[in-house]
Design a protein around this ligand. Structure first.
Ligand code: 5GP
Length: 348
């Protein structure tokens, strides 16, 4: 047994220090980014904010709404083959939408079939290979397999939280490594297993490892406010993925539940009992649920949330004098704090 005593940080442990700058207004700030990936050199240009591939968030409707703002959606993996084919056939080339799959044979077969039906000019250009635990040999060889079968895709893979595994996945064929174990709003991994890593430190360490190899990272989970998104970018994330912040909107699917004249929407983790009952016929006997279900207030169209995110990130850039989002991490100094917010009038 070994103990690492160096302090690891979460979003709540820091604030971004303001800096003098020549920027006058946030309208001068460009928060889009351009990337060329390690394995796939197709240029990416857009706002690198991604709606998570959870079935309550990563919907076709979400993809349509967010692409209006050049934002990205990772679709959930539970649509039918014909639905994906229809969706991707109609997808404008400028929209960035990830097809997601796990590492089961069933997911792999389904993916091959979708790709086959779409044909050689497939509109699927972005793929996310997702496992709760990206540390297994099986996961690494799956990433290798997908990379060699589809050299033309931009491949995102995860999740991991440490530099050495980020490097391994990039060398195995990932363009973008997804970072985060346990920070999610409906995740109970840390509670059920004791495993995890403070998200901001995971981002800083994995970004450093990835950038050294011309790779990229996507910070996944744990953003509870727009300020957290700015901190993730400030820590070196190239993309930021969110579930909870995009949940509860019209585009999420799911019914609206009325209680005491207030509207709510159900949101749950993809490893929760709710999700496993829905898609896997219950929780298998060898495993425990590592996600939970919550009722969250209904929030209307995602448009307002998208605007909030764009405005907040732009403002963060203005405070540190970053004219472009790519400059944000270079201009970020985090200060450790003992308090984030003044909650005298409540938590919101
Ligand atoms: P959030 O933005 O809501 O804090 O985090 C979203 C992320 O939580 C997802 O992208 C995914 O990585 C993770 N996640 C989603 N469902 C579950 C689950 O049931 N269990 C765990 N451990 N993580 C989950």
């Amino acid at each position: 047994m070994r103990i690492e005593t160096e302090i690891k940080l979460d979003f709540k442990d820091v604030l971004i220090r303001p800096k003098r700058s020549t920027l006058n207004t946030r309208s001068e700030v460009d928060i889009s980014r351009e990337f060329s990936f390690r394995h796939n050199k197709r240029p990416y240009h857009g706002i690198p904010v991604i709606a998570a591939n959870m079935d309550t968030v990563g919907t076709f409707e979400m993809a349509k709404a967010l692409s209006q703002h050049q934002m990205v959606t990772a679709l959930h993996k539970h649509y039918e083959i014909s639905q994906y084919v229809e969706f991707f056939r109609a997808l404008p080339t400028s929209n960035v939408v990830f097809y997601s799959l796990g590492i089961s044979e069933r997911d792999e077969e389904k993916f091959h079939q979708v790709m086959q039906q779409l044909g050689t000019m497939s509109a699927i250009r972005h793929v996310c290979v997702d496992a709760a635990n990206g540390y297994t040999e099986k996961f690494v060889s799956f990433v290798q397999k997908i990379r060699s079968a589809y050299p033309d895709i931009v491949l995102m893979a995860g999740n991991v939280v440490t530099g050495e595994m980020t490097e391994e996945l990039i060398l195995a064929g990932a363009d973008i490594v997804k970072v985060g174990i346990g920070p999610g709003s409906v995740c109970t991994t840390r509670k059920m297993t004791g495993v995890g890593y403070p998200q901001l430190s995971a981002i800083i360490e994995c970004a450093d490892a990835a950038h050294g190899l011309e790779g990229h990272i996507c910070a996944d989970g744990g953003c509870t406010t727009v300020g957290d998104i700015a901190k993730a970018f400030g820590g070196g994330a190239d993309f930021v993925m969110m579930g909870g912040m995009f949940a509860g909107h019209d585009e999420c699917g799911g019914e609206i539940i009325v209680r005491d004249e207030q509207k709510f929407v159900c949101f749950y983790g993809m490893s929760s009992k709710t999700a496993m009952d829905k898609y896997a016929g219950g929780v298998a006997t060898y495993r425990a649920a590592e996600g939970k279900e919550v009722l969250i207030p209904y929030r209307g169209a995602v448009e307002n949330t998208a605007q909030e995110i764009l405005g907040g990130v732009r403002s963060a850039c203005t405070y540190v004098g970053a004219r472009r989002l790519r400059e944000l991490s270079k201009r970020t100094t985090f200060i450790r704090v003992t308090q984030q917010l003044n909650e005298v009038f409540g938590k919101s």
